[in-house]
Design a binder for this molecule. Structure first.
Ligand SMILES: [Zn+2]
Length: 402
């Protein structure tokens, strides 16, 4: 990790991992996977509550849906008393660990949506289990591991290509949705679009107060819960009590309502996380020693690859800068046309030969002189019994039987 400790590690309840993380990463937050804990719930509460139609939704709403520690604690205590769980030792223990697994206690910790479970690593485990098993030799394991990685890279390239060259259908005529479609990958756009549709159909403004640049808006929804958005009309900074942006990195429907009412047709740049954008995978990655990671198998030199990446990013930024102004767009169009004309007049460099292509692909050069030495021990003709074909064996058998 290049000397940088992770901000957060999510594990199941393994004591030795807990001790290891505490000693090696003293400043890293260690959370417990909610999925692993909830998986044990039916067994720990017994068959009567397991089949109770009211218990499970109430319990899930408490652990998953609480937005503040106070809300969680009040819901938890009413569930414990209403369902007679005061003596359940397992629930007592989990309550004691609540700050390690209940999201309400770490809603401000921005981790791009991996706050609750180890589902990403579990799905990776399942993926690699499909390709490998414990009986493989090291070489077999390595070959299969590489194949699995190659499949993932292929899938990623396909999705990347799809995100760059296709556009999802818009559900509203709101500018902010069209902007999201332009910048986000398809998966993130779908999540954002859900919030836009909710903002249009299921959110209503109850009160608005303005003090200086700060506008405070109360927003209601069908669940009768009131969310409060504090919005700075000057800097476009917004914060909602649901904390969705802080935990998932995507703006919630409440903030979208406020932005829409303020006339914003684009997502403010501070709320477009680079990791969710179509351009996130356009950059080359380097390790601590400056070596390129995950390079494509093209034969371009590292300098050209780097320039290629920079040019793509700059062109994308230039388009973004110019698209709302006709003069700027005309200037950019002419600049690109001039550059193209200049490039076509420049004498092209020699194309790479086929041999160079192969050498680049396998990562080594072909030797110009190949010396073939006689083997140290050579068997003379007839010193080894020749293996006979099946047909010869059959003929011999027939001859012997005659
Ligand atoms: Zn919200």
């Amino acid at each position: 990790m290049c000397g940088v400790a992770p901000k957060l590690i999510i594990t199941d309840e393994d004591q030795s991992m807990r001790r290891g993380i505490e000693s090696i990463f003293p400043n890293t937050k260690h959370r417990l996977c909610m999925w692993h804990i909830l998986m044990k719930l039916p067994e720990k509460v017994g068959p009567i509550l397991r089949d109770n139609e009211d218990f499970k939704p109430r319990f899930m709403a408490c652990v998953r849906g609480s937005e503040t520690p106070d809300e969680f604690e009040s819901r938890w205590s009413s569930i414990i008393s209403e369902f007679g769980l005061e003596d359940n030792e397992w629930l007592k223990e989990k309550y004691g660990l609540r700050e390690s697994w209940i999201p309400a206690y770490f809603m401000d910790f921005s981790l791009g949506g991996i706050l609750r479970t180890t589902s990403r690593s579990e799905s990776e485990n399942a993926f690699f289990r499909h390709f490998t098993n414990r009986k493989l030799t090291l070489i077999e394991f390595w070959v299969r591991f590489e194949t699995a990685l190659e499949e993932q890279r292929q899938k990623e390239l396909q999705e990347d290509n799809c995100a760059l060259h296709t556009l999802p259908v818009l559900e509203t005529c709101w500018g902010i949705e069209a902007h999201a479609r332009e910048v986000y990958t398809h998966n993130i756009f779908v999540a954002f679009q859900r919030e836009v549709v909710a903002a249009r159909d299921r959110r209503h403004v109850k009160t608005i107060e303005q003090v200086g640049d700060v506008r405070t808006t109360s927003i209601g929804d069908l669940s009768l819960r009131i969310r409060t958005v504090r919005f700075n009309t000057n800097t476009k900074a917004a914060q909602c009590t649901c904390r969705m942006f802080e935990s998932l990195g995507i703006l919630c429907s409440h903030i979208i309502v406020v932005l829409k009412n303020d006339g914003c047709n684009e997502i403010p740049s501070q709320y477009v996380l680079h990791r969710w954008t179509k351009m996130a995978a356009r950059h080359l990655c380097y390790d601590a020693n400056g070596h390129e990671l995950e390079g494509s198998s093209t034969s371009l030199s590292p300098i050209i690859k780097k320039l290629y990446s920079q040019t793509c990013s700059r062109f994308s930024l230039a388009l973004h800068e110019a698209k709302h102004c006709e003069d700027k767009m005309e200037y950019l169009n002419k600049a690109v046309a001039d550059a193209l004309a200049h490039l076509s007049q420049t004498t092209p460099l020699d194309e790479q030969s086929e041999v160079q292509e192969f050498e680049s692909f396998i990562g080594t050069t072909f030797p110009s002189i190949i010396n073939i030495h006689p083997p140290d021990i050579a068997n003379t003709k007839g010193s080894v019994k020749r293996l006979k074909r099946g047909s010869e064996e059959a003929i011999n058998k027939r001859k012997k039987s005659k």
